[in-house]
Ligand binder design. Structure first.
Ligand SMILES: [Ca+2]
Ligand SMILES: [Ca+2]
Length: 277
């Protein structure tokens, strides 16, 4: 590395934070100077000076906090999903968070997947020009959709809850994988989380809000059935959990991350966010 030609890039929010700190120090020193210049040495003048100084320090902390939150928001480079059909921007909560509509931004930003191919779109479901077969087919997150056919696939007799037809879902899930979503929470409060899923091994997931774990490990009970006559169809037995966790959400734009924690082999259609208080 050529040290002579290297340069340190200071982030914009860091520059703002430094300017604010300099401004406060400058104002404090100027006020001190004013106090002595005009010989404001009476008790009242001193009290005013100390109250003013205290106010400036509180203001400084407030502005620093604002800079920090601005920094956190700016540090995430993902953007809400958009395509020819979905143009809604950040997914709105309360409501259903569609798992396949994770953010744009790529590996390590909007998702982590253990390989670089989509095992569903463009592979299991060959590219044929259709929306369902080519949905995000050049991204690593593995996506398929509910197929109602004869002989049955997702419309099978072992479903505990009947799914809707042609619903896109994230599948082929493995421990360590995650998908992130920019959401717009319209009402602050306590939310009950539900999940439309299939599960093959009693896998575990967790949900993070703004990158902080909000649920701990959640077991997603297996929907495999020993009476199933078509072994691979054990990946297509749908069920839903109405209350897998309860979390607090603030109002506004933020991120939700769905983590596959243990075992994997689950399909995620959507997470239902229901406000309960
Ligand atoms: Ca993959
Ligand atoms: Ca879905």
């Amino acid at each position: 590395m050529d040290i002579a030609n290297s340069s340190v890039i200071i982030p914009e929010e860091k520059i703002l934070e430094r300017k604010v700190k300099c401004m406060i120090i400058s104002l404090l020193s100027q006020s001190h100077e004013i106090m002595y210049r005009y010989k404001l040495r009476s008790m009242n003048a001193k009290k005013c000076f100390y109250i003013f100084s205290f106010g400036m320090i509180i203001l400084g902390f407030g502005i620093q906090g604002f800079c920090q939150s601005t920094k956190n928001e700016k540090s995430y480079q993902g953007k809400p999903f958009i395509d020819s059909k979905y143009k809604g921007g950040a997914q709105v909560l309360p409501g259903k968070l569609q798992c396949e509509c994770y953010d744009l931004g790529g590996e390590g930003v909007a998702f982590h997947d253990t390989d670089s191919i989509n095992s569903g779109s463009g592979k299991l479901n060959p590219a044929d020009g259709s929306y369902l077969h080519e949905f995000r087919m050049n991204e690593a997150v593995d996506i398929s959709y509910t197929k109602f056919q004869d002989p049955p696939i997702d419309n099978n007799a072992f479903n505990l809850v009947e799914p809707e037809k042609d619903q896109l879902y994230v599948g082929w899930t493995k421990p360590g994988e995650w998908t992130k979503y920019t959401v717009n929470v319209t009402e602050a409060g306590t939310y009950q989380l539900g999940l439309m899923f299939t599960s093959n091994k009693n896998g575990k997931i967790s949900i993070a809000v703004n990158d902080k774990d909000a649920t701990g490990l959640i077991t997603i009970p297996s929907t495999a059935n020993e009476k199933e006559t078509v072994p691979w169809r054990n990946w297509h037995h749908w069920n839903s959990l109405d209350n897998m966790a309860q979390i607090e959400l603030k109002k506004g734009i933020q991120t939700i991350t769905l983590h596959t924690e243990e075992l994997g082999d689950m399909n995620y259609d959507y997470i239902n966010f229901k406000k309960i208080k």
